[in-house]
Write a protein that binds this ligand. Structure first.
Ligand code: ATP
Ligand code: MG
Length: 316
């Protein structure tokens, strides 16, 4: 774990889930929650549970939804010193209902919630000053005040000799905004590891096919491209070659957060010095376990849990 903890910057939310699938929220529904959530929070929780050192720069409200998140992250070993409490704003929320076709309907309160109140606080600067790795999610690029903090983190951690990973994790439509596109390109150009899922590969590198997109990204200076393929597993591409993993066979209960658990496990393994092939195997197992648990962060696993699963599970 060269130079210090892996850190992330981004949204913390609670998720509240409809018990039964259906369309939308237009009548009273049975709901279960709050579950700790937010893609960066899930990622960093999984990374910490693997035994890698971890921290997060984020903001929550002065309310129980904030406390739920801070407690979970702290219990799992994440440095929560740079989670700000924004007393004027409620903690961000996402209400989620699975549709009969497996898609999801959402009601979000993110942009106007405490999740948007990321500022260059003293605690944020201190955490950045001792970090050895930065992980960003595309969603963080949409948080207005967070951008200067992100730039400061990229510069500081890079100048200490640290590394940088990026999970685009965005809807393609966001790239229509010039501001977003500029930030996205700036982040992409500096990433060492890229973790796209499915078509996000082509948002990062417009191309006619997968090999062409991969070549473009390697030429940009990205050394590991970790492509998540849902129930079809995952592939890592490097200059030296490719590594493929077929998915572990599991029953999918709630796919939300699988990509974040996968990413947290992958980066944790790399930080802990494991080779790509092994990191991919752990990550693939972490993603598989994540889809079997209801609630986005509930499927984050310890290294022991992953090893037990990997020893027993069959491949699809
Ligand atoms: P998210 O919705 O969290 O953003 P994502 O789209 O980033 O997810 P996915 O490709 O859906 O990421 O899942 C990440 C990884 O989790 C996959 O590459 C795979 O290793 C594992 N995984 C996902 N779904 C399944 C499944 N149904 N069965 C087994 N493994 C799965
Ligand atoms: Mg994703």
């Amino acid at each position: 774990e060269a130079l210090g903890p892996a850190i992330t910057i981004g949204e913390i939310l609670v998720e509240i889930m409809a018990d039964a699938p259906g369309l939308g929220f237009l009548e009273p529904l049975a709901l279960t929650g709050p579950f700790p959530s937010g893609a960066p929070a899930i990622f960093i929780d999984q990374l910490a549970r693997m035994g890698a050192s971890a921290g997060i720069i984020a903001a929550v409200g002065a309310d129980d939804f904030g406390t739920v998140n801070i407690r979970r992250l702290a219990d799992d070993g994440v440095d929560v010193s740079a989670i700000a409490i924004a007393p004027q704003h409620p903690t961000g929320t996402a209400f989620v209902r699975y549709k009969p076709d497996g898609g999801r309907d959402f009601v979000f309160n993110i942009a106007l919630s405490a999740a948007g109140e990321i500022h260059p606080t003293e605690q944020a600067r201190a955490l950045i000053g001792r970090a050895g790795h930065l992980h960003l999610m595309g969603t963080a690029l949409t948080i207005p005040h967070a951008w200067p903090v992100i730039q400061y983190a990229m510069d500081t951690i890079r100048s200490r000799g640290g590394s940088f990973s990026f999970d685009p994790n965005v809807r393609k439509e966001l790239l229509a905004s010039p501001d977003f596109r500029e930030r996205f390109a700036a982040v992409l150009a500096r990433a060492d590891v890229l973790l796209p899922s499915g078509d996000e590969l082509f948002a990062a590198a417009p191309a006619a096919n997968e090999p062409e997109a991969v070549t473009k990204l390697l030429d940009l200076g990205i050394s590991e491209i970790v492509l998540k393929r849902g129930a079809s597993g995952a592939t890592v591409f490097t200059r030296a070659g490719r590594y493929d993993a077929t998915a572990y066979g599991v029953e999918e209960i709630d796919p939300t957060g699988a990509g974040d658990c996968f990413g947290g496990a992958y980066i944790a393994c790399r930080r802990l010095g494991l080779p790509i092939e092994q990191a991919l195997d752990y990550a693939n197992a972490a993603g598989a376990i994540a889809v079997t648990a209801r609630g986005p962060m509930e499927g984050a696993s310890t290294r022991d849990m992953l090893e037990a699963f990997m020893n027993n599970a069959g491949r699809m």
